[in-house]
Design a protein around this ligand. Sequence first.
Ligand SMILES: NC(=O)c1ccc[n+]([C@@H]2O[C@H](COP(=O)([O-])OP(=O)(O)OC[C@H]3O[C@@H](n4cnc5c(N)ncnc54)[C@H](OP(=O)(O)O)[C@@H]3O)[C@@H](O)[C@H]2O)c1
Length: 340
Amino acid sequence: MVNTIAHLMSSYPFIHYSCLSFVTLIISFRVYCQHFVWTKCVPKNSMKGKTVVITGANSGVGKETARELALKGARVVMGCRDRHSAQQLIQQMNKDLAFKPNIVYKNIDLCSFASVKEFAEDIIQNERSVDILINNAAVFGPPFALTVDGFESQFQTNHLSSALLTLLLSPKLQTSSQMSSHRSRVLMITSTLYRKGVIDENDFKKGYASLDNYDKRKAYNNSKLANILFARRLHKNIVSDNQLIDVLIASPGIVWTNLGRHLMLKWWQKCVLLPFAVMFVRTPKQGAQTPVHCTTAQSITSDSLYRNCCPQEWDAIVSDSVLSDKVYELTIKAIENYLK
Ligand SMILES: NC(=O)c1ccc[n+]([C@@H]2O[C@H](COP(=O)([O-])OP(=O)(O)OC[C@H]3O[C@@H](n4cnc5c(N)ncnc54)[C@H](OP(=O)(O)O)[C@@H]3O)[C@@H](O)[C@H]2O)c1
């Protein structure tokens, strides 16, 4: 195969130059994005004295975000279900750094409300403060499954459990802001695919989801849309209760992580996608820049969607306050037994 390609290229210089131009174009586009679009998080402030709780910190964007925040001096609580890979990161950081990073692992499985509650109670009891909560963990397109609580697994992992964790930790975030005289932050990691989502009341009903009309991609989009609408209404509640918490949504861009583990691409699909991947797909470190910016920047705008470290205009779909109220109500109803 390689020989045939080499032979074709030497026999037909046109093919040779076309390929070379194509590769140059792709690489130039990536270099352009890296320098001018995928901005780097600028604030260099120390995070010393601040505690960050981040879910899904053993992989991809969450792992890089946790690492960068620990490097900036924050106490980082990694909420993960995979003890082994979380501890590997901690060991690696202990080995590589001249100082001992303040980073710990605690178990959480977002497919179980009981596990989320246990995690939150552990944090409330054992952490002095929680200054920033980053709801990062998510799954994309797994085969159909119901959680132990009876909800479709993506919807519970990506939306319901993140909402539960946020509400359980809200009093702690509030007291931490009073103690530190800095506003606390809740950060939701989203995806632009929320634009393709719809709000379906059935997603919020226990035992309702079934394999019959399951579309795994739509389930992801719906969960991400619900997440943002919930966050926007949460912000309203916080403002009306005079709480000192900011709510931010961060989009990391398209990132090369384990998120695509359930995408079963054929070899030819991978070949077709390769040039696009080289052009558009960020490394986890590049993907972590916006979450790190939203966590560390001194001046941020609450109730904003950040992309490439800058606030963006809201789309019409997430500006519908009636829909946002409805999502909030449906979410509370789905998780109410665990809020007590
Ligand atoms: N990658 C992208 O292109 C992209 C684009 C837009 C938005 N995002 C968003 O970025 C965030 C991070 O994703 P990623 O790309 O870094 O993917 P990733 O590498 O797969 O990381 C996802 C993390 O979520 C954790 N997780 C999944 N289900 C969980 C559960 N039930 N309980 C506890 N933890 C669970 C995973 O843990 P395990 O390792 O144990 O599975 C993993 O640590 C997600 O919110 C995703 O929607 C990603």
